[in-house]
Design a protein around this ligand. Structure first.
Ligand SMILES: NC(=O)c1ccc[n+]([C@@H]2O[C@H](COP(=O)([O-])OP(=O)(O)OC[C@H]3O[C@@H](n4cnc5c(N)ncnc54)[C@H](O)[C@@H]3O)[C@@H](O)[C@H]2O)c1
Length: 257
């Protein structure tokens, strides 16, 4: 068993489901002490239970990343329970739940998506950087999307916020490159999680749409959460020690087309 993260403190937001859940479990499997943060208590507690059931260490911390005080408290929880913060992964996001073209997109939903996916991501990174600066280093990974590198029809706030966090990543990477803090962002295409299976696109009940998205990947399949978590762990590990400010597609060859 790999022990890349033995004794390290890893914070994952959005850890109650999908990619974040898989990331939290993967960190724990490799020896980390995990803070599983999520707005959803049931999902977050389930993640923690599955880590503890195999002898790992984790706590759940209920967090709404759109609230600055919550993001500060989530980082403080890492310090209080486990003594610091070595690696942070920011997965939490929402899609807005509707498919509407830009000129008709509801203003209220625009603000909701921005509050979580962009402002909430900045609050999170800000709190994480403050702690890592105090400690003298760390790594941060943000989960954006392929929609952060190209347009995403009928979901303008999602694409705008995902482009926004790519800029946030690159800026923070430059600012802290000589402070032993690396900041990277992953940009997955279609990954089989509740967000895509049961959310806005509802792939579970829309075979036609699922096939369309599947065919965008050269591999002609959707990705699995584990395949994104593996990249996130690599970007968090010393194995990627010369990589910062990178926006990495996890895409089954979609961007090679
Ligand atoms: N699934 C895909 O195809 C796909 C593709 C590209 C990018 N992504 C991105 O990957 C990340 C994880 O998505 P997923 O597919 O695992 O989705 P998911 O819906 O399964 O998980 C998202 C988690 O974030 C949590 N969350 C939502 N709002 C929150 C808030 N305000 N504060 C704290 N937690 C909050 C949810 O409760 C949920 O547990 C997201 O950033 C998403 O945009 C997903």
């Amino acid at each position: 068993m790999s022990t890349r993260f033995a004794g390290k403190v890893c914070l994952v937001s959005g850890a109650g489901s999908g990619i974040g859940q898989e990331t939290a479990i993967s960190f724990a499997r490799e020896g980390a002490k995990v803070i599983a943060a999520d707005i959803d208590g049931a999902g977050g507690l389930q993640t923690v239970a599955s880590i503890i059931s195999v002898g790992g260490q984790a706590i759940f911390f209920k967090t709404d990343i759109s609230k600055a005080a919550d993001t500060e408290a989530m980082v403080q929880a890492a310090v209080d329970h486990f003594g610091g913060l070595d690696h942070a992964v920011n997965c939490a996001a929402i899609t807005g739940g509707v498919s509407i073209p830009t000129h008709e997109y509801p203003e209220e939903l625009w603000h909701q998506v921005l509050a979580v996916n962009l402002t909430g991501m900045w609050y999170s990174v800000k709190a994480q950087l403050n702690q890592m600066l105090k400690q003298g280093g760390g790594t941060i990974v943000i989960v954006a999307s392929a929609a952060g590198l190209k347009g995403h029809p009928n979901n303008v706030p999602y694409s705008a916020t995902k482009h926004g966090v790519v800029g946030l990543t690159k800026t923070a990477a430059l600012e802290y490159a000589t402070k032993n803090i690396r900041v990277n962002v992953v940009c997955p295409t279609a990954i089989e999680t509740p967000m895509i299976m049961d959310g806005r696109l509802n792939f579970r009940n829309n075979q036609e749409l699922q096939e369309k998205f599947t065919s965008e990947q050269a591999m002609m399949r959707m990705g699995q959460p584990r395949e994104v978590a593996d990249v996130i762990l690599w970007l968090s590990s010393d194995q990627s020690s010369f990589i910062t400010g990178h926006a990495m597609p996890v895409d089954g060859g979609a961007f090679a087309k």
